[in-house]
Design a protein around this ligand. Structure first.
Ligand SMILES: [Fe+2]
Length: 215
């Protein structure tokens, strides 16, 4: 029995439901034109070289409010580069941009509901509001046949997390833990300085909405 199965059974027994992952706006740095299909490896540049910066491995399970895994969900990931720059024409950050960095990838969950990406940890970047720096984060858009969710994921133990306006809103709404990734031990084949994270994503399905209404 997998961890997802155990969690699902526990929810059923206790008649509890998972809380959906909080939404965020899609903009302003969502790609104007989606790069050509680049798969789930954002660390590999357009020219086939390995992007500099801290290696990042991120995986998660997409599931509904009952803990049922969702296979075939499209998980889109975009984020800034190791200098805090997006390859977007409207980015105000004056930091140098690696011209080979696409900052965008797509994965589809398998029958186990799991997605995974390899990338490079993004840096913090300044916003147009003086003094407000966004902490390192990843943007996700998850599309299933029933729903679409846009959200952001935050890294553990980042000093700037405490000062971020968007995270402050999540804290006020008591939902900050649902946008926070957890660190995992490194696995064979990962670089010694790599970061290995898990970020599970919860969104509704008709089945889970019906179960919720009937509780
Ligand atoms: Fe961002």
């Amino acid at each position: 029995m997998t961890d997802s199965d155990i969690q699902k059974r526990k929810l059923e027994t206790e008649k509890k439901f998972l809380l959906r992952t909080p939404s965020e706006e899609i903009g302003p740095m969502y790609p104007v034109h989606r790069p050509e299909a680049r798969g789930s490896d954002l660390a590999l540049t357009k020219t086939g070289k390995r992007l500099a910066g801290q290696p990042l491995y991120i995986r998660g399970t997409v599931m509904d409010l009952t803990g049922q895994i969702i296979a075939g969900a499209e998980v889109e990931l975009w984020h800034a580069d190791p200098h805090g720059r997006y390859p977007h024409p409207s980015d105000l950050n004056p930091a140098a941009l690696d011209p080979d960095f696409t900052g965008h990838g797509v994965a589809v969950t398998g029958t186990d509901g799991v997605f995974s990406f390899r990338s490079t940890k993004p840096a913090a970047y300044p916003t147009s509001t003086p003094g407000w720096w966004r902490p390192p984060h990843l943007h996700f858009q998850v599309t299933t046949q029933w729903d679409r969710l846009v959200t952001q994921m935050y890294f553990p133990d980042e000093e700037l997390n405490e000062k971020d306006e968007l995270l402050a809103r999540h804290r006020r709404l008591n939902q900050a833990d649902r946008v926070q990734a957890r660190a995992l031990p490194l696995e064979v084949g990962m670089e010694l300085d790599a970061l290995h994270l898990v970020f599970n994503i919860v969104l509704p399905t008709p089945h889970s909405i019906s179960a919720f209404k009937a509780r």
